[in-house]
Design a protein around this ligand. Sequence first.
Ligand code: 1GP
Length: 236
Amino acid sequence: MQQKSVYENLFRKGKSGVIVLFDPDRTPKEEAIKKMEKLNKNDFIKGYFIGTSFQMTFGIDDYVKAIKEHTDLPVVMFPSDHAQLSRYADAMLYMSLLSGRNPQFLIEEQLKMVPFITESGIEAIATGYILIDGGKITSVEFMSNTKPIPRDKPDLVAAHAKVGELFGFDLIYLEAGSGADFHVPFEAIKLTSEYVNIPVIVGGGFKKISDIEKALENGAMHVVVGTQIEKGKLFV
Ligand code: 1GP
């Protein structure tokens, strides 16, 4: 059985905080490295995710290597599909889009990732990915061709998360989509965190530190922040 050290240290044992999401299209590596000078010094920042719903530029290894060279924090791939993988990351989220009804993102992409995972030996963190309406159609909704769970149905969110736990997943990721108008409702975060016994992270649409803190108070292990860091409005 594979040792899951990033999972243990970042999601089970460590302190709660923020995970920075870098989208290689939207934040070129030189810009990311510059932002990391500040981010690395901030105790609230616990790690980096790298990924995007649709990558326009080809290849990701150089980007991941550059980020890795500039931090001691864990660097985790957050791939939208099997083309977006790098063996230079410390781990990867091995996600199934449980809220969707599209077999491509429930099982097919995961199947195509098997040779990469077995040959690279990368730590694959089994993640139940759950999309919740963030007030607009985000890239993840469009690209995955799935419907998000309505904002006013926290019980449905929690039930989908429970499926993930029962299937033996390591982690639940509640997602409103990058650049969402509204983040995942606190009620859904709270209910899900109480309902499952695996760590819950949340991301999409967080714009204020006070909301991030409230998400953590409601049971999220970490909040993933991309857009506001990219725009230079939070933490940089
Ligand atoms: C997207 O949850 C992340 O997968 C981050 O979203 O870009 O809205 O911060 P934002």
